[in-house]
Design a protein around this ligand. Structure first.
Ligand code: BG6
Ligand code: MG
Length: 221
């Protein structure tokens, strides 16, 4: 029986995925590294440090020392913070507020499983700080997505088995993590899949129908 819902934040609750992309794009441009939105799919769900490494791997002759990398990470986050400075509840993605409300009144426990260190700040700006029963702190994790740890920890924080939760993600790394945690997965707007397939796919958040999702997932068991 499904009792919990575990949500990624960036690209699921709000459109910060685009802002992460824009912040990285400025860094990449400056380094003479070409990235576009399609290439960016691989950065979704990936930690700040690993994202920089993936970008730098595109230009093997661009050798930076630890200090220079640290500087770029700082700059990326500073620009990202500028881009999210004006976020309000109006930036909650279509359908999400209704879904959260329906889930609350349905008695589902809810958690955020985001790799972002900025997650608490964003939730506050969106006016959603009190909606979730748990927000996993990514600084306390040993492994990043696609490892299942963050989703296991989210279920644990809700006092539930992973099988009793549904995970919502917009990234390939996230879908892999959810499935490896033994959770049913809902993929939102992911163009192509790799090894790990979600249980349910929707094109956009506005297409999420809680009752239908729970019914489909329960039928599969
Ligand atoms: C994830 C995003 O949620 O958080 C990634 O999908 C991002 O794009 C990661 O790199 C880390 O975020 P932050 O805010 O800690 O740099
Ligand atoms: Mg995401």
């Amino acid at each position: 029986e499904i009792k919990g819902l575990v949500f990624d934040l960036d690209g699921v609750i709000t459109d910060t995925a685009e802002r992460h992309y824009l912040a990285w794009k400025r860094i990449a441009d400056r380094l003479g590294i070409a990235i576009d939105r399609e290439w960016n799919e691989r950065l979704k769900g990936i930690s700040r440090t690993e994202s920089l490494e993936l970008i730098l791997a595109e230009k093997p002759d661009c050798l930076l020392d630890a200090e220079e990398k640290e500087q770029l990470l700082k700059e990326k986050n500073a620009h990202y913070l500028e881009l999210i400075a004006e976020i309000t509840a109006a930036d909650i993605l279509p359908g999400i507020s209704d879904l959260l409300e329906e889930a609350k009144s349905g008695g589902y426990r809810m958690a955020i499983a985001s790799a972002s260190k900025n997650a608490p700040l964003i939730l506050e700006r969106l006016g959603l700080s009190t909606v979730f029963d748990a927000v996993v702190d990514p600084e306390t994790l040993t492994y990043n997505k696609p490892h299942p740890e963050i989703f296991e920890r989210a279920a644990q924080a809700l006092g539930l088995e992973t099988q009793a939760c549904i995970g919502f993600e917009d990234s390939l790394a996230g879908i892999e993590g959810i499935k490896r945690a033994g959770m049913p997965a809902v993929a939102i707007g992911i163009p192509v899949f790799a090894e790990w397939l979600p249980d349910i796919e929707v094109a956009a958040t506005k297409d999420l129908k809680l009752e239908e999702i729970v019914r489909k997932v329960t039928m599969k068991e």
